[in-house]
Design a protein around this ligand. Structure first.
Ligand SMILES: NC(=O)c1ccc[n+]([C@@H]2O[C@H](COP(=O)([O-])OP(=O)(O)OC[C@H]3O[C@@H](n4cnc5c(N)ncnc54)[C@H](OP(=O)(O)O)[C@@H]3O)[C@@H](O)[C@H]2O)c1
Length: 319
């Protein structure tokens, strides 16, 4: 799909702009349009001073504080709604954002969802928040685009591998289920392009990497790169819960302490592995190339980008 210059009347807002996805999206949009057409919202505006210096508007917004959203979204025409991080607690936050966007006159929202969000039998609880948000958007009267992202390659290279290398083993309940691991940067490119190109309204895309691999195959790739064996302990869901319990990971999102040391819950991780094992991530599409005009990045490239950090900064398994 071809890309066009962004019409000067468009004003694009990115929410959660201080996060890894948000900052990357802001960088990409600043390379495609003037800063005067870009609004970045965050709970920590000072953390985005570097973007403000380049001409972007930076505004305070907290989805838990609907009053902050009308000012934050004023004047916007399109919005990249980046899903917030605490699985199981997000639907109300996302609804607040969508409702405020509609009141502010925003016409089109692109939303970062997850692969398999609309599969009714998908056991991954992460899909519940995403699908509820998608339904709210479908009913909002606004144009929408769903970016249903596969598992990030960075979730393997940056989260599973460092701890696995340090321990010489890792625990896994995803069996031989396959995933087309996708580079976050490719997800970012799709999320920004669907807002600045024409033709993406009211479409859902499955954003995947270029090859289907199991998690044990991904772990083996890193082991070969480092010349160090990693044993994948193939466990069932109950054993996977016990593993996370031993690490002190809360079982449910409601037990997670906001901004605490472990911002995720084991029911999310275990059902994610179950979903992979049951084939819900066994999806390979050409949607990254369709939207960006470029082939998606292989997992191996993301592994190479992380390799130097593996020995320098080992840490436990996480999302
Ligand atoms: N497919 C996958 O494998 C995968 C893996 C990881 C994450 N994800 C998804 O991608 C999203 C972005 O990932 P990331 O790496 O950028 O996460 P991140 O760095 O943890 O950022 C999460 C963002 O959520 C925003 N947020 C949290 N609470 C908020 C609130 N009350 N109001 C408004 N914004 C709030 C934060 O915004 P501010 O701090 O700027 O306010 C932050 O920028 C995640 O939230 C998750 O849904 C997918």
């Amino acid at each position: 799909m071809s890309s066009n210059a962004v019409p000067t009347h468009e004003r694009v807002i990115i929410t959660g702009a201080s996060g890894a996805f948000g900052r990357a999206a802001a960088e990409r949009l600043l390379s495609r349009m003037p800063g005067s057409q870009l609004v970045l919202t965050t709970r920590t505006p000072a953390s985005l001073d570097d973007f403000a210096r380049r001409g972007a508007s930076v505004r305070y917004a907290d989805f838990d504080d609907p009053g902050s959203l009308s000012i934050a979204f004023a004047g916007g025409t399109k919005l990249l709604l980046i899903s917030t991080a605490r699985v199981g607690t997000r639907v109300g936050q996302h609804k607040n954002a969508i409702d405020a966007a509609a009141r502010a006159g925003i016409r089109h929202i692109a939303y970062t969802s997850v692969l398999g969000a609309a599969e009714p039998d998908n056991p991954a609880i992460v899909k519940l928040d995403h699908r509820a948000t998608e339904v709210h958007l479908e009913q909002s009267g606004l144009d929408w685009t769903f970016l249903r992202d596969s598992q990030y390659a960075e979730a393997v290279a940056g989260a599973i591998i460092p701890g696995a290398l340090a321990a010489g083993h890792c625990w896994d309940n995803s069996g031989d289920g396959r995933v087309a691991f996708v580079a976050r940067q490719d997800c970012v490119a799709c999320a920004t392009e669907v807002l600045i190109q024409q033709g993406h309204a009211n479409k859902a895309y499955d954003i995947t990497g270029p090859e289907l691999l199991s998690i044990p195959q991904g772990v083996e790739m890193a082991a070969l790169m480092m010349g160090k064996p990693i044993v994948v302990k193939r466990v069932n869901d109950d054993e996977m819960f016990e593993y996370f319990d031993a690490l002190g990971v809360p079982r449910h999102a409601s037990d997670v302490r906001p901004r605490g040391a472990i911002p995720w819950s084991s029911d999310d991780m275990v059902t994610f592995g179950q979903s992979i094992r049951e084939g819900y991530f066994d999806v390979l599409t050409d949607h990254v190339e369709l939207i960006t005009g470029r082939k998606p990045t292989p997992l191996h490239d993301i592994m190479l980008a992380h390799q130097a950090s593996w020995t320098a900064n080992p840490h436990p398994v996480g999302p």
